[in-house]
Design a protein around this ligand. Structure first.
Ligand code: PLP
Length: 387
């Protein structure tokens, strides 16, 4: 069998596109909301349900499934499998992370403006313990690393932010920012990885990030309900564990230990696992990760950069700007179009079968690796009609 061409314009991506039946019906540019499922993921889910209804359901719960899932996700996130706890949503991970910290009155948490609520509300639990929350940057504008650093005070114990902002598309520098925060005395750095994981390589082990949580449903296709929480290795033993369960101890791998009441927790982030993980979700997401395995994180990022350069060229030719310029190092796979009458344009795009989102009074375009130049031509065609 010949190897597929994995370069950004290679046939691997054309074949990949053919796996999404939804794309025969419309032009999909709304991944920051949710990703359509490719057929191999649907087949994995169908097969699971078939066995659960017609076969021996016990055979589905192979104890190797969570380990394999963790190992594969770790490769995508640039960390070790032991750094990852299984969670059911980004929020689930961030809630566990916030509850791991022994907050004290006088602690301060700094968050950017315009955050997705998954970043904001878990800190209500820190506030209940006496911490205060301050916001950095300006409402309605991308919040930069400099603005976050400028908002710190001597009391700032923690900073939380989305790696990629759902509302502006600004991608934070995961290497330099956490490093600079730590140098300024910040103890904990929390990251919502939802809008970046699966497209960009966060190289977590090389960063000073303490917690990084995402759910596989947007840029990593899955049926929703499974994700991971990265916990920095030197925190495993020092922090309290807010999710102690039978999945925190070896009983989950060795059923002969089920009635042993004196087990020690895993010496890894697995001590944050909260009970039996959602199996069918892991099976679905694993099918997606296997599909993209030949490209790997580097191939995916290269493909996305090629698509963003293409989109940038089309939008420039049409005279349309984006909130975060597409030639910026902070660009991401989320672009907010600066157009008048965004709601009208959004509706016109939808009527033409081009699916985008309306966020913060702008049209949000969020392509994934399966998109093609023709998709951007269609988008720009509608933009031009307006002029
Ligand atoms: C930045 C960000 N974080 C989190 C979420 C969803 O959070 P959860 O996985 O807790 O439902 C979204 C959804 O749009 C998001 O954009």
């Amino acid at each position: 069998m010949t190897q597929p061409d994995l370069s950004p314009r290679g046939d691997f991506w054309n074949r990949h596109r053919g796996l999404y039946p939804a794309l025969e019906r419309f032009t999909y540019l709304n991944n920051a909301s949710i990703q359509p499922l490719p057929t191999p993921v649907a087949e994995a889910l169908h097969s699971f349900v078939r066995t659960a209804t017609e076969g021996d359901p016990d055979t589905l719960y192979d104890s190797g499934v969570p380990g394999r899932f963790r190992t594969t996700v770790a490769r995508w996130l640039g960390c070790s499998e032991g750094d990852l706890a299984l969670v059911t949503s980004t929020s689930d991970g961030l809630i566990k992370a916030v509850n791991s910290v022994p907050w004290a009155p006088g602690d301060e948490v700094v968050l950017p403006h315009n955050e997705f609520p998954s970043v904001v509300y878990p800190f209500r639990m820190a506030q209940a313990a006496g911490a205060s929350v301050r916001f950095a940057g300006r409402p309605g504008r991308p919040v930069t690393e400099e603005e976050l650093l400028a908002a710190l005070s001597p009391k700032t114990r923690a900073v939380a932010f989305s790696w990629v902002s759902f509302s502006t598309g600004y991608k934070m520098d995961l290497l330099e920012l956490p490093r600079a925060l730590k140098a300024r005395g910040v103890e904990f750095v929390f990251v919502d990885g939802m809008q970046g994981a699966g497209v960009w390589d966060p190289a977590l082990s090389r960063t000073d990030v303490d917690f990084f949580s995402f759910q596989a449903v947007k840029w990593v296709a899955g049926p929703g309900g499974i994700g991971t929480l990265y916990v920095r290795p030197d925190l495993w033993r020092s922090l309290q564990n807010p999710a102690f369960s039978w999945y925190s101890v070896p009983a989950c791998d060795d059923l002969s230990l089920l009635t042993d009441t004196g087990l020690e927790p895993f010496d890894s982030a697995r001590r944050w696992d909260g009970g039996t993980p959602p199996w069918i979700q892991m099976v679905g997401v694993q099918a997606y990760l296997d599909l993209l395995e030949p490209a790997g994180p580097a191939g995916i990022a290269a493909r996305m950069n090629f698509l963003l350069d293409t989109l940038r060229g089309r939008l420039e030719a049409a005279g349309v700007k984006t909130l975060v310029p597409l030639d910026s190092p902070h660009r991401s796979s989320i672009a907010l179009l600066e157009v008048p009458d965004a709601a009208v344009l959004h509706a016109r795009l939808k009527a033409a079968g081009i699916l985008t989102a309306l966020r913060m009074g702008r049209v949000r375009v969020s392509p994934h690796v399966y998109n093609r130049e023709e998709d951007f031509d269609r988008l720009v065609g509608i933009l031009a009609e307006r002029a």
